[in-house]
Design a protein around this ligand. Sequence first.
Ligand code: CTP
Length: 401
Amino acid sequence: RAGEIAARLGYRVFAAGGVVRDILLKAGNLDIDLVVEGDGIALAEALAGAYGAQVRAHRKFGTAEVLFPDGFKVDVATARVEFYEYPAALPRVESSCVRHDLYRRDFTINAMAVDLNGEHFGDLIDFFGGRQDLQQGLIRVLYNLSFIEDPIRLLRAVRFEQRYGFKIESQTLKLVQEAVRREVLARVSAERLWEELKHILMEERAGRMLERLHQLGIWPFAFHGVTYWEVQPVLHDLGESMQLLEEWGFPPVNEPWLCYFIAALHWTDPETARSLCERYHLNKRQTGKVLATLANWRPVLSRLCLRDGVRTSELARALLLLPPEAHPLILTLLDEEWLKERFRQLLVLLREKPTVDGTYIKNLGYRPGPIFRRALDAVWRARLDGLVKNTEEEKAFVQEF
Ligand code: CTP
């Protein structure tokens, strides 16, 4: 429908960027970016009108988001019109627009479009050999100054390379090295750097991406003051641990990127960690989780590794000092099977709360007070240590307490 609506307005519209790449790769992608030769915001409004969707317009940039009732989102951009200013280009002005828009992009594989207009509907627009690079698995920039103009693309090159198991093409690799040598990333704002870094930490192959950032000399710009080698083995295996926890039936955490961030920082000193959290504007809760891990992972690990003489309740108490986002880190650091199994059992036990609660104690005729907490804590420990096994025994335990 976008093509028909555009035609009515006298515009031309194209699907561009990541969606085209992912269609050709047969990979899933729910983000649709439209490029309009005409007024992008007007098209967004017409599209929204036709489907009962909402529009969020950014007039300064000529862009808009169309938010459909079912949660689906389409980004609409206005193709740059500078080409109108070139008299020589006038006869081809319309196709020049989308070409110009595509030329400004990061890599050839992201610089293709699909025509959505009339009889050309479905035609691939590929000015820069994106399709061939996709077939050959190459990440290639469109022009030599690409990384200088937008240093964030250094991280994006690594992200796409590792996500698809591609290679950075040799000339592009030279430009990467040159840009890193010129320290172009030092002048990027922390906000932009974090936005891209967080994308990396959310990727399935984040560990490999971080390793590649290190290989290319990008790591110190992202994790200033953190020595990569100290965390390399953990980052390498963290994804596997996250998967194992899921296979064991533990729900995934809400912010999986924080698992990687915590793992990357666990070896560092608290001041460095705190300043990175500040630099990237982590909130109080997230910063608290990072610092709690730094302070507690060693004692948790050493208790878990004790063969005898450690009560389950003691282990549980230690483990509760860590956020769930640190569990993959602990699991990765436990290198023997029996230890991993012990950790699993402990996490299962922690999920089971005793059935007696404050109301039960109140019904026994006690007035709420500090004794409640002590009694509940004691019954929790007794349950973990196997001293009470069911609700009846819990009740008896509390009454005796
Ligand atoms: N882009 C760019 N330079 C950047 C960021 C984005 O050229 N620094 C371009 C790319 O052409 C990209 C498009 O803007 O395809 C949309 O960016 P984004 O949504 O971040 O990337 P996707 O390619 O959709 O990738 P992902 O699958 O990670 O969402």
